[in-house]
Design a binder for this molecule. Structure first.
Ligand code: FAD
Length: 120
């Protein structure tokens, strides 16, 4: 089957949005279990990413830059960094990670777990 660059780019766009928005909602003060879950999620995301070539490439990036799961800000900065690594290899402009702050908004109400409020 031939590559369809439009679909591949759409998939990438959607996947990055989920990844960065997940980081934006990750707790400021995660439990060990929260941090372990995020680490597993990132490794499984990299392993199961539907574009095989992308998955292999991203797994190599993870070996060099393991997921940072100690807090929301470290997780968000890490995801921005690895996305920039992919941007670099595709000869795209880097994103200014100091501007990541409110860029990714899930649009969901603050009435559930994972809204950043301390529960423990
Ligand atoms: P995208 O890179 O999809 O970014 C979407 C939007 O996110 C941008 O418009 C910008 O607003 C924002 N953004 C850009 N950089 C950052 C950043 N560093 N941090 C936060 N936000 C940012 N494609 C390939 O052809 N080969 C590959 O090997 C490959 N590997 C990939 C691996 C993964 C894990 C993923 C998720 C995607 C991969 N892709 C790959 C797809 C590729 O990264 C792009 O998604 C696709 O080329 C579309 O690019 P885009 O210009 O629309 O912006």
């Amino acid at each position: 089957k031939l590559e369809n660059a439009t679909l591949k780019a759409e998939l990438g766009n959607a996947a990055w949005k989920v990844l960065h928005t997940t980081m934006a909602k990750f707790p400021d003060k995660p439990t060990k279990d929260d941090s372990q879950a995020l680490k597993s999620f990132v490794h499984l995301f990299a392993r199961l990413y539907p574009c095989g070539e992308c998955a292999r490439h991203f797994q190599k990036i993870l070996e060099k830059f393991p997921p940072q799961v100690a807090s929301r800000s470290t997780a968000a900065a890490w995801a921005c960094h690895v996305h920039n690594e992919v941007n670099k290899s595709l000869k795209k402009e880097p994103f200014d990670c100091s501007k990541i702050g409110d860029f990714y908004d899930c649009g969901c109400a603050d009435d559930e777990e994972g809204d950043g409020k301390d529960k423990d």
